[in-house]
Structures are given as C-alpha cells and as structure tokens.
Design a protein around this ligand. Structure first.
Ligand code: AMP
Ligand code: MG
Length: 396
C-alpha cells in the first residue's frame, strides 16, 4: 500500500501524450490540446483601431479642431487629416493614417463643425496599435495548450480555420457486479440501479472525451477476462468500476494478472478509494476504481484526470489545490489520508454530511474535496486546510 503523493507522482511519471495527431476544424477542437504551436498569419489588430467612441485627430497646438467627416466600424475609408483636423470615430473603426490620437467624446464639446478638446492629449492614445495583441509570424499559443471557448475564439480572430491537435484518447468503461441493473429493469431484492456508468461517462464528457465502449461484466473470472480482452483491442485507457477489492467475488485483479497487465500501484493509504489499481500493458493504461460511487469519483478526479490530461497532450499536475479556512472544528483519528466532499462558500470551506463512500449525495452538492493527510487531525474552526477544487466549479 502506498501513500497518496506517491500514487499521484506515479501517475504523472507514467503518462505522456499520445503520439498521433490530427488536423481538425476549430469547431471540433473544444477541450483538445494543440499538437504544435500556432503561428499567427496576421497582425492582431491588423490596422490601427479606435478603442473609443470619439474623435480621431491630427494634433496641433490649439484646443479647437475642424471636424472633417466620420469613420465608423467596418468603413474602408482613410481620410487625410492636416494638423488641427479630426473625424468622428467609433470603437473598432480604422483610425486614419494621418491621425495620431483618439479623444473620448465625453472629453469634448462640439459646436457644429468645431470640436473643443477639454483635456491634454498624448500621442497614440486610445489607438490599438497594429500587432499590439499578436505580431504576425509570432507563436501566440504553444504546443500542449488546451483549447476552450476563449482559445477557439482567439484562433478564429486570427482567421485560422483548422489546427493540429492530439487525437482524443479512446476510453472504455467496464462495470462489474452481479447486482447492477438499469432503470428500465425491475428493481428486485439485492439489485441496484447502477450509477457508475453515468458518473464516469459524464465526467469524461466534461473533459471533452466521449466514451468509446461501455461493457458490463458478471462477477466471474471468465467474464472479467473476456470484457478486458475485448477492451484491450482498441482502448488507450480502460476504466474499470468495482471488483478490485479483496472479496471472494472480486475478480478484476486476478483477471489483470492473468492478462499480464503490469501493476504500477495497487492500494493507496486513503479513504475513500483504498483498493485503487493503476497499471499498464503495452501503451494501454488500466485504472481499476473501487465500485462505491464516491470512491470511484474521488479516484477519478484525483488520479485519473491528470493521466487523461497528459494523454491528451496537456501538462496537468492534478486538481487545483488551495488553502482555505474551515467553517467548523474537525477531528479525525483516521490513519489513512482523507478526501472529504466539501463545499466552498464565501472563501471558507465546509465538510459536508454523509461522507460514506457508498453515498453520492454529498458529492452531488460538493465543489471541492478537503484533503486531510495521514494520521488524523484535530482542527479548530478557521484553521487552514488543503482543498482540491473540483472541475467545472464556479465558486459562490
Ligand atoms: P465492489 O468494489 O465491486 O466491491 O463494490 C463496492 C460497492 O459499490 C458495492 O456496494 C456495489 O454494489 C457498489 N457498486 C459497484 N458498482 C457500481 C455501479 N456501477 N454503480 C453503483 N454502485 C456500484
Ligand atoms: Mg462488486
């Protein structure tokens, strides 16, 4: 059994980007990582742009300017101004080559065709210089950059239609357990509506990864080996739920050994998620997650996400960690490290009720995990604790 930090560093050490890449239209690149740096094909902005509604003027040594017309956003005109002349101009419009400042309309008084400027002017004020955001032929986005809405819009603003990205990892989910049924089946004694398929498929989708295949296995060695064999045909990553503990009907470890999967680690000194397994066969990774839903998700967030991010071509070290005060006292004599479902509100964190690994209810309300290192703690309200921020969290 290894420590939490050791397990995480083994995940990071063993993961590197997939080698294959593909060129895709930017509309298909949400959550993908760039496989090469992007070169800017144009200056941004590509012309001197007004950043204000006001007047573009050719400075002279009096406060009065003669208004010679207007340039609005999108106009291609380039009126010639002599010192002492100006044009009405609007945000985003092309500043005439002969203008050397833009003055906000609020700082002027207009009388017919004469503009009086009531404030000192400095050269090039309120003008976005050519290339001030990005210079043509520079490399504004590096290899490995993950593309979110802002990144895709940035590429579009450069006129870029497609980019080279790492291909998406192929993930197969395997759910083990004789007790598992779906909501369209009759709930009889001993059966449960299984939820880990939804949990994992959706948590993957939030990372921009569509699950390739979802398989179910009965609790027998033969069935477990069969689904695993099938998964190894195509998957880059196999995520298994349940059957990895030490019960008489837990066959995942035996099946993995049988298929010569190399064990990188098995069992972590943590709660929830002690019987976590991470292994490798050729270039394929296997994560076997304990079946209790809160253990499954906790291990997914803490260990699996960084693996996924790195396979996708990114540089993740795991969930963002911050130090935040507790809203209450907290005492524990648990020898293992704890990941506790928690809620950050008003810059303080509260450990939620109903922490048992079989319970999803607290996870459904959590936006963070409080991390308590091994050997227990006795903390007072206001004490700082290490908190892992869950993905897609908007703090309130
Ligand atoms: P296991 O890790 O197979 O020993 O399962 C531990 C607990 O998790 C048991 O109570 C299982 O019924 C439950 N469990 C296993 N798989 C799932 C699943 N797919 N959805 C919800 N609960 C599950
Ligand atoms: Mg089971």
């Amino acid at each position: 059994m290894i420590a939490v930090d050791e397990a995480l560093s083994l995940v990071l050490k063993n993961s590197s980007p997939l080698t294959e890449t593909e060129k895709l239209p930017i509309s298909q690149c949400l959550n993908r990582n760039l496989a090469e740096a992007v070169e800017a094909p144009i200056d941004l902005p590509s012309f001197r742009q007004s950043s204000m509604d006001g007047y573009a003027l050719c400075i002279h040594d009096s406060n009065d300017y003669l208004i010679k017309g207007e340039v609005k956003a999108g106009d291609e005109t380039n009126p010639t101004l002599l010192p002492g002349e100006c044009v009405r101009i609007f945000t985003g419009a092309a500043v005439p080559d002969t203008a050397n400042a833009v003055i906000m309309q609020e700082k002027t008084i207009r009388e017919k065709s004469i503009l009086r400027v009531e404030t000192p002017i400095t050269k090039e004020q309120n003008i976005r210089a050519i290339g001030s955001q990005v210079k043509k032929s520079s490399f504004p986005l590096e290899k490995g950059q993950i593309l979110q809405a802002s990144g895709l819009a940035f590429l579009q603003s450069l006129g870029i239609k497609e980019v080279e990205v790492y291909r998406a990892p192929k993930v197969t989910l395997i759910l083990t357990g004789n007790e598992l049924i779906q909501p369209n089946e009759k709930l009889t004694r001993g059966k449960i509506f299984e939820s880990n398929s939804v949990l994992l498929e959706t948590a993957l989708r939030q990372q921009g990864v569509e699950t390739q295949l979802i398989s179910f296995a009965e609790d027998t060695l033969e069935a477990t080996i069969n689904v695993l064999k099938n998964a190894f045909l195509t998957a880059d990553i196999i995520l298994i739920s349940g059957g990895i503990s030490v019960g008489d009907y837990d066959f995942v470890k035996q099946a993995l050994d049988n298929l010569d999967v190399e064990e990188i680690f098995y069992k972590v000194r943590q709660r929830p998620g002690k019987p976590l397994f991470f292994g490798k066969k050729d270039n394929r990774f296997v994560f076997a997650l304990p079946g209790n839903p809160a253990s499954t998700l906790s291990c997914f967030y803490v260990y699996f996400l960084p693996l996924l991010a790195r396979l996708k071509g990114g540089q993740s070290e795991g969930l963002i960690r911050v130090s935040i005060p507790l809203t209450h006292d907290f005492i524990s004599d648990e020898p293992r490290a704890l990941f506790l479902k928690a809620s950050i509100q008003n810059k303080s964190v509260t450990v939620l009720d109903r922490q048992h690994s079989s319970m999803l209810i607290s996870f459904a309300k959590a936006n963070a995990l409080v991390y308590i290192p091994e050997h227990g703690v006795s903390l007072k309200r206001g004490a700082l604790v290490e908190v892992l921020i869950l993905p897609n969290t908007i703090l309130t």
